[in-house]
Design a protein around this ligand. Structure first.
Ligand code: HEC
Length: 212
């Protein structure tokens, strides 16, 4: 073995000049971190315990009626049709009829103060299920340049409850005052019009609504 190639295991002068491996002198910061993590885990658990609703899938389900879990008590509370209906309206109708229920002049008719909305429920249930197309008079103004989409089987395929809730909402919002629409009535109208394969026109609904 020559001096030009020293055995790497033997400490060389260079090794001997090295500083010793550093040691952690101060344990305080890591203890503090551990403590903070524990607090975080503990408070997360407390939060879930309080707000998870026992991870019951029905807690926030708008489709289910009468099984809402009241906080803490576990007692059943019926979902308010107007509250559910408003949510449905905001998600599905505002683009055309607007949040104010005023529609857009000449294109989308108003629901606020509409003689259709507060009139015979038979007409608006049919309009929601199958849609409406062609000329229509709403509160004295003419519309017909656009069509009202179907929310029944020809369109979004809503269940009776959803149709009833959104109609109940528009009949009681913006100063409108008309009785609620029940899912049972929607079911009856749905059955009676089951053979219908296209949107209604205003004249076809004249037996339920005389356009003024
Ligand atoms: C794509 C736009 C559009 C959407 C979305 C829409 N509508 Fe309509 N709606 C119309 C149009 C257009 C008419 C008039 C149809 C015609 O001229 O024949 C109408 C008519 C109506 C009417 C009867 C006339 C009146 O003004 O009172 C009601 C009631 C109604 N819509 C309720 C709703 C509800 C409730 C929703 C949501 C679930 C909804 N519409 C979603 C466009 C829309």
């Amino acid at each position: 073995m020559s001096d030009a190639h020293p055995d790497p295991v033997e400490p060389t002068p260079a090794h001997q000049r090295e500083n010793p491996e550093p040691h952690e002198q101060q344990h305080f910061p890591s203890l503090l971190l551990l403590f903070l993590c524990s607090v975080l885990v503990f408070s997360s658990a407390l939060y879930l315990q309080r707000y998870s609703g026992n991870f019951d899938p029905l807690v926030y389900n708008e489709e289910v009626q009468g099984t809402g879990v009241a906080a803490g008590s576990g007692a059943a509370a019926a979902a308010d049709p107007v509250v559910v209906g408003k949510k449905l309206y905001v998600q599905n109708c505002v683009t055309c009829h607007q949040a104010t229920g005023q529609g857009l002049p000449g294109t989308y008719p108003p629901l606020a103060g509409s003689d259709w909305v507060v009139g015979n429920e038979e007409a608006i249930i049919r309009i929601l299920i199958h849609g409406l197309t062609g000329p229509v008079k709403v509160s004295g103004m003419d519309y017909g340049s656009a069509a009202m989409p179907a929310f029944g089987p020809l369109g979004s395929n809503w269940k009776d409850e959803k149709i009833a809730h959104v109609l109940t909402y528009i009949r009681q919002e913006w100063g409108n005052k008309a009785p609620p629409v029940t899912p049972e009535t929607v079911a009856r109208v749905r059955a009676a019009t089951a053979n219908r394969g296209k949107a209604w026109t205003a004249p076809e609904l004249a037996e339920f609504h005389e356009s003024k």
